[in-house]
Write a protein that binds this ligand. Structure first.
Ligand SMILES: Cc1cc2nc3c(=O)[nH]c(=O)nc-3n(C[C@H](O)[C@H](O)[C@H](O)COP(=O)(O)O)c2cc1C
Length: 184
């Protein structure tokens, strides 16, 4: 197959082209409830750790998606970049990092709470207030939940220039990304 950029490089390029278009940071997150019914809603992209194949989102623990994720953590996000006419469908499992993690004494859990704190401290005051009126900068509100999408597949579609290009990236058992051409 012809050599293509990695999905990480392609998304970086798209984010850079769209850096002055705030709506390009909105993506759709689909979850499934206990009856198998899909639910899809818009969320703000809050960053990547591409070495760890992680994408970050924020939500409120009182939202319905949290109950859906507790019963089924498989998700797909769909992200469209209007200027480059690119769509990324990112699949994976979500880990919810909320208040007082049950396994707080574990070092991995402590480092995730540190990450949650860093995300909290990065928010504007107005956004912090949306989780609860008596918020503190030093301590995340108990409703504030960091969602970590552990990415296992990326389905990429580029509509321009013609011809359309579709690439399916998937993480193999050795943790390496494999790329296949798909039907656009
Ligand atoms: C532009 C836009 C950005 C949004 N960003 C977020 C977000 O970052 N986190 C979030 O939980 N909800 C966000 N929402 C609200 C969600 O779309 C949704 O209404 C809410 O999370 C409740 O969803 P649920 O009942 O399925 O849990 C956003 C909505 C819009 C229109």
């Amino acid at each position: 197959m012809q050599q293509h950029l990695s999905w990480q490089e392609t998304i970086h390029r798209a984010l850079s082209v769209h850096r002055d278009i705030p709506s390009s940071r909105f993506l759709q997150l689909a979850t499934v409830d206990i009856h198998g019914h899909p639910h899809c809603r818009t969320l703000v992209f809050r960053g990547f750790d591409q070495d760890k194949n992680q994408l970050y989102l924020h939500t409120d623990k009182r939202s319905e998606k949290i109950a859906q994720l507790e019963s089924n953590n498989q998700v797909e996000t769909c992200w469209y970049f209007s200027e480059t006419r690119e769509q990324f469908r990112i699949k994976g499992q979500i880990e919810c990092i909320g208040h007082l993690d049950a396994a707080m004494e574990q070092p991995t859990s402590r480092s995730k709470q540190q990450l949650r704190l860093a995300h909290w401290q990065n928010l504007s005051d107005a956004l912090r207030e949306s989780y609860g009126p008596n918020y503190s900068h030093a301590q995340p509100d108990e409703n504030f939940t960091l969602l970590i999408v552990h990415i296992t597949q990326v389905d990429y579609l580029r509509l321009a220039p013609l011809p359309h290009l579709r690439l399916l990236y998937s993480l193999d058992e050795q943790g390496k990304w494999q790329t296949k051409a798909g039907i656009p």
